[in-house]
Design a protein around this ligand. Structure first.
Ligand code: CUA
Length: 197
């Protein structure tokens, strides 16, 4: 990433950035609502305020669309896919099931139900890993977090599909696997570990 061009953006994680955008948008909504409550008393005033807000809404929509379009064009070149398109050094099969992970080195012909694996695995750092992700029951989401709690890679785990996720662990350390798709009561305990060695 070109840090000289967007120093502030580079300092933020994707989660913090989207969190900040969400907060600002929420503040705008709260501000507008408060403004309406404070300025509208009679029926006529309410009608006039409604008209003003509807006019604002159109401009807000156009402004937001322009911002999103520009952000899309700018951010497209930061997509990490190209970096991992090299031949994978290692394939790892991942099966999600209520409410654990089965992971094992190599590809597998077994059905997700038959497949055996552990929710803890050691993988080499600095190598291109190709995760082949499936589900033995419902929709889950295979998400990898680094030791700072930053989401570094994720893909859906869906019944009937094998989704591929390419990732290279940049440094040695312990990474958490967390399910990011609500999959039933104990969804929050559906965690695993990857030791990058
Ligand atoms: Cu699996 Cu949430």
């Amino acid at each position: 990433m070109k840090t000289d061009l967007f120093p502030l953006l580079a300092a933020l994680t994707a989660q913090k950035f989207s969190g900040g955008i969400f907060l600002m948008a929420a503040l705008v909504v709260v501000g507008l609502t408060t403004y309406l409550i404070l300025t509208s008393r009679t029926r006529e005033e309410k009608y006039a305020a409604k008209k003003r807000v509807y006019g604002l809404r159109a401009r807000y929509f156009i402004g937001l669309s322009v911002i999103l379009l520009v952000a899309l064009v700018i951010s497209l070149r930061f997509l990490p896919y190209e970096r991992y398109q090299a031949k994978p050094d290692q394939t790892v099969t991942v099966v999600a099931m209520q409410w654990t992970w089965k992971m094992a080195a190599g590809s597998s012909d077994q059905t997700p139900l038959e497949f055996t694996g552990s929710n803890e695995i050691s993988l080499p750092a600095g190598k291109n890993i190709r995760f082949v992700v499936a589900s033995a029951d419902v929709n889950h989401n295979f998400a990898i977090y680094n030791s700072q709690g930053v989401l570094v890679a994720q893909t859906q785990a869906m019944p009937g599909y094998r989704n591929e996720l390419a990732y290279r662990f940049p440094e040695k350390g312990d990474y958490m696997v967390i399910c990011l798709e609500y999959c039933g009561g104990p969804h929050t305990i559906m965690t695993g570990k990857i030791h990058a060695l």
